[in-house]
Each structure stands twice: as structure tokens, then as C-alpha cells.
Write a protein that binds this ligand. Structure first.
Ligand SMILES: [Zn+2]
Length: 569
């Protein structure tokens, strides 16, 4: 593969690394000692020390003495007995989506309108001056008056900044007057939109919009500008580092988002290794076809694949099924991309040498994608193409061996199973559950499993993914024994899905996913061993530190806390 490099701002980037960014310290040769390391490397599965060079490449893994002998002069870091695993990789997520979600004020559980406004004011302090203030999670049933709020409640605190707040159930919104002034039409009168309600008093809108009426405000929220996008990415990166993520497969990256990732990488701020998949058949894929796969000089950003959609989602009955929904006779779900257009896009990707990842949730969606892959790949199906199916949630048991036959990766999200388990059987019935979130059946068929979260749809926290994978239970431990428990993964299999096999799915297995000489020093320090601790302890396992390329990008060790100046009274 020919890789393009962006070298333009390298000198500048080096300067930034040393002087500007607090997140990315100057790289130096280093060693980590007194650790309990699971390397996931078959040559040497466990070790208590590792060392890396100033470029962030591992040069030795072994005992403390072995490692220090290979790397005299390295800065030595004491892990104080912490467990160390390879940096965690989320194989299916939406990085900007996480950033935007973090840019919305969280109003869940606010006990009064005064508390809502206090939370909004604290949140607004970090926003660009003219940005819309978006929030979610209010519920008037939690307040003393238990009645819908009004625009006036917000106007004193926010006379000019538009404010738009989604109710906890997503079925209503609360706007201030500045937001309503920007609506595309006069909101007064006695008209109502189809399927919605503009709440009014004396023919004047009060500020609350129900169901389809929320579009009147949603449609005028401006697309995020440069300052907001920058802040969203900054927050997403910080959130990812704090939960031990060192890599993400960004599913559906626009050309503009790729440019933003490049800029962060140029300036030394990108604390996550991003394997970007172009957003369907659009500008980013065209650039790949024109110029070949993209790799940033820092190797923190690459794009060599594209993401497409076959069908919808199960919760909204959009997943395409072979037989109708069990709870909606006559409904077979939706193919969201016309089949001939999907096939054209796959052919284009193949022509351009681009790796393909296609969203398929229902059994019909999955069968369609497998048929298309067989058609497009032809004899090359047994080559090292690594085409992927994203989600592979409800698959006919008979179709699972086809994944292996075509060398297709199943990219699955353990927390989707535990989120969907309360209602999945109602949607598809007992029989089709045999191929539902069937991680073990895929492994038994020798299919490679790459694991992720689909954040911000689910939490970005891979500890929750590991927990869901090994228990198939919610955080309360329900149902006892786990849902469809024969499909549970072992702790080792789950960890491989979030490291080695995720790396493989992104063509980065020679860089990351294991801790071995020659690979990147991307690793996570944990206060408990995810391979031996009881599964119920996984969600509460503490991420002590996250390292990328031998540089600490997140530090919550007791030593770091002790080094911080005391809070002034
Ligand atoms: Zn997704």
C-alpha cells in the first residue's frame, strides 16, 4: 500500500509537543517496572517490565533486570504492582459524536428549575460565546411544581444565547426566547405541525415543543463551527484516554472530520490512534480513490477503509429481517441504502483497494451484505481483504459459516446485547435468538471478532464492554447467569476483541494490540486484573494511567494525585 504523508507542519508539531500541549509530553526513552503485564503476545504472555525507545516503540519486554539492561538511561516509571494490558481499542465508534454528546449539558436528575439553570450556567462557561447551549435530560416530574417550564424561566440567565434542551424521554424540547426567535416561521397563532404540539398560552409559544414540533427548533440549530468542533474533539479525546482507550475505529469519518484529526495530529494533541473509515460514497472515499490510503506522519491517523449501511436498527424495527418482526407482523424492516447503490459503492471501494465495513443488523441485512461481498470480491474472497460487517446482530445461524468462508470480520458491540436484551426477543422471537449477538458461535466458526461500543450510542467505557462480554448481564447482575449465556466470552477472548483482534480488523496488528518488541508502547495501567478478578468487579476497575507511544496521556495514579498542589481554601 502506498501511504501519503503530511510533513508540512512537522517542525511546528515538534515545537508544540514540547511547549504547548500539556497532554502530550516530550517523548523520551522509558521503562515501566513493577507491573503485572498481560502482553497478549504468545511469545511472552506475561512480564513485569517493558521498555521503549524515544520514538515510543517497545524495545524490551521481560523482567526488570532484563529490561533495564537493554535500556540504560531510560526514564524509569514504577507501576507499583498495577496490572498492565495493551492499550484498548474500540473497533466501532463515532469520535465526533462523543464530543458533541459531551458538549450538551447533562440535566438528568436536576431537582428544580433553579438547579437546571445552575448546571446550564456552569456548562456555558466553557462554550464559545455565540454557540447554542444544548442540553438534555430535564424532567418536570422531578421538580416541586411538576408543570412544564417556559422560555421565560431561561431568559433571565440567557437573554441572547439560544438554549435548547431535550426532555429526558427525547419526546419534547424546551427553548428560550433567543432560540425561538431563530425558528424558520412565526411560532404564534393556533396552528400545529403534523404529529407535534407547540405548547402555547394566548396563542404565544411558551417554549415547550412536543414530538414533531421539536423540528421547528432542531432545524435551525446551526451545524457546529470550527471552535465547537475543536472543543468537541478535545473533550472526546480526554474522555477516551480516561477510560483506557488508545485507539478507535471511527465509523463514518467525513473529509472535514479527517482534516480536524490531521490538524490535532500535526499539533501533537491527538492522544488516540484513529483508524478512520470514510463516510460512505462521498468526498473522503473519493480522496482515497484518487490518492490512495492515508497515513499521518505520526501514525495517529489513518484512513484506508469506508463505512456503508445496509439496514436500520432493531429498536426502531429498521433492521432488515428475512421474516417479519415478531411484534409487528408484515414489517420486514428497512434497507436504508438501495441494494443496487450499495453494490455500486462496494465495487467502487474494491476498485480503489479500500477496506469495507458495512452496517448490517438484521438477518436479511447480513445475508445481503455477505452476498454482495461474495459478488464483489469473487476469487479474492480468500485474500487478506479484511472486509467487515458492523454489528452482525441478528444473523441466521446458517449464514455464520459464510463469514469464515469469505474471510469477513464480525465487528460486534457487547453492550448492545445487554442494552437490547429486555426487548430483543419481542422483536425477533425465540427461534431467531439463536443467531442474536452470537459472539461464541462466530468464534466457533473461526470468525475474527473485533469488539467495540458504538459510542456515543453506548458508553465509551471499554470496562463496560468487557463486563457485558463475559457476563451478558446488566450492571445489577440481571438476568442471573446472563442472557443467552452460552454466547458469553471468556475474559481472554473479550480482552483480545478490544486489543489484538481490533488491531487486526484495522490493519494495525504490526503496530498495536499486543505488547512486544517493535510495537508501539500503547498500554493501560489498571488497579485490578481483568483476566482474574471476579467479573462483577470489572466496571469498577480503576484506570490508573493511559500511555500512547510511551507518553502518559492520562494519569490518575495515587502518585499523580499526591503531586498535585492542595486545593486552596
Ligand atoms: Zn455506529
Amino acid at each position: 500500500m502506498r501511504m501519503r504523508y503530511i510533513t508540512l507542519t512537522v517542525a511546528l508539531a515538534a515545537m508544540h509537543v514540547a511547549t504547548v500541549s500539556p497532554a502530550v509530553a516530550s517523548p523520551a526513552a522509558g521503562a515501566l517496572v513493577n507491573a503485572r503485564i498481560h502482553t497478549l503476545d504468545e511469545q511472552r504472555p506475561t512480564a513485569d517490565a517493558l521498555a521503549w525507545d524515544a520514538a515510543g516503540r517497545i524495545i524490551a519486554v521481560g523482567s526488570k533486570d532484563e529490561v533495564l539492561a537493554r535500556n540504560a538511561g531510560a526514564v524509569v516509571h514504577d507501576a507499583h504492582g498495577a496490572t498492565v494490558v495493551p492499550g484498548l481499542i474500540d473497533a466501532h465508534a463515532h469520535l465526533m459524536g462523543l464530543g458533541y454528546a459531551l458538549m450538551r449539558a447533562d440535566l438528568v436528575g436536576a431537582r428544580s428549575k433553579a438547579e437546571v439553570i445552575a448546571r446550564l450556567q456552569a456548562f456555558a462557561a466553557a462554550l464559545p460565546a455565540d454557540a447554542w447551549l444544548l442540553g438534555r435530560g430535564w424532567d418536570q416530574n422531578d421538580w416541586p411544581e411538576k408543570t412544564f417550564p417556559t422560555a421565560a424561566d431561561l431568559d433571565t440567565a440567557f437573554p441572547t444565547r439560544p438554549v435548547w434542551l431535550e426532555r429526558v424521554d427525547g419526546h419534547a424540547g424546551w427553548a428560550n426566547s433567543a432560540a425561538m426567535r431563530q425558528a424558520g416561521r412565526d411560532l404564534s397563532g393556533n396552528w400545529q405541525p403534523d404529529g407535534g404540539l407547540v405548547v402555547r398560552a394566548d396563542n404565544q409559544p411558551t417554549g415547550v415543543f412536543v414530538d414533531a414540533a421539536t423540528d421547528l427548533i432542531d432545524d435551525v440549530v446551526p451545524p457546529p463551527g470550527d471552535a465547537l468542533r475543536t472543543e468537541a474533539l478535545r473533550r472526546a479525546l480526554a474522555a477516551a484516554a480516561s477510560v483506557g482507550l488508545t485507539g478507535v475505529h471511527d465509523m463514518g469519518t467525513s473529509a472535514a472530520d479527517l482534516d480536524l484529526y490531521k490538524r490535532f495530529a500535526d499539533e501533537g494533541w491527538l492522544t488516540l490512534r484513529v483508524v478512520a473509515y470514510a463516510d460512505g460514497d462521498a468526498a473522503a472515499l473519493d480522496a482515497l480513490c484518487k490518492s490512495g490510503p492515508y497515513l499521518h506522519l505520526s501514525e495517529r491517523v489513518r484512513m484506508a477503509g469506508a463505512k456503508f449501511y445496509a439496514d436500520g436498527a432493531l429498536g426502531s424495527r429498521g433492521a432488515a429481517l428475512k421474516q417479519p418482526y415478531s411484534d409487528d407482523p408484515g414489517n420486514h424492516g428497512l434497507l436504508v441504502t438501495p441494494p443496487e447503490r450499495l453494490l455500486d459503492s462496494l465495487r467502487k471501494a474494491r476498485r480503489c483497494g479500500v477496506q469495507v465495513a458495512t452496517h448490517a443488523i438484521g438477518d436479511r441485512g447480513n445475508q445481503l451484505v455477505l452476498d454482495d461481498y461474495a459478488t464483489v470480491l469473487g476469487d479474492a474472497a480468500r485474500s487478506d481483504h479484511r472486509w467487515r460487517v458492523e454489528h452482525a446482530q441478528i444473523v441466521s445461524v446458517a449464514d455464520i459459516p459464510t463469514f469464515e468462508r469469505l474471510h469477513v470480520i464480525a465487528s460486534m458491540q457487547p453492550t448492545h446485547a445487554t442494552s437490547d436484551m429486555p426487548w430483543a426477543e419481542a422483536r425477533v422471537g425465540r427461534e431467531r435468538l439463536a443467531g442474536a449477538y452470537a459472539w461464541r458461535r462466530f468464534l466457533q466458526a473461526n470468525v475474527r471478532l473485533a469488539l467495540g461500543s458504538d459510542f456515543p450510542v453506548e458508553s465509551a467505557d471499554p470496562r463496560l464492554g468487557l463486563y457485558a462480554a463475559v457476563t451478558r448481564q446488566d450492571l445489577e447482575g440481571e438476568p442471573p447467569g446472563g442472557w443467552l449465556p452460552d454466547q458469553k466470552l471468556t475474559p481472554e477472548e473479550a480482552l483480545r476483541g478490544f486489543t489484538t483482534d481490533a488491531a487486526w480488523a484495522g490493519f494495525t496488528e504490526r503496530e498495536v494490540g499486543r505488547l512486544a518488541p517493535g510495537l508501539r508502547a500503547d498500554f493501560v495501567l489498571l488497579d485490578a486484573d481483568p483476566l482474574t478478578a471476579p467479573a462483577r468487579q470489572l466496571p469498577g476497575t480503576k484506570v490508573l494511567a493511559t500511555w500512547v507511544d510511551g507518553v502518559r496521556v492520562y494519569d490518575a495514579t495515587p502518585q499523580a494525585a499526591a503531586a498535585k498542589p492542595a486545593t486552596p481554601f
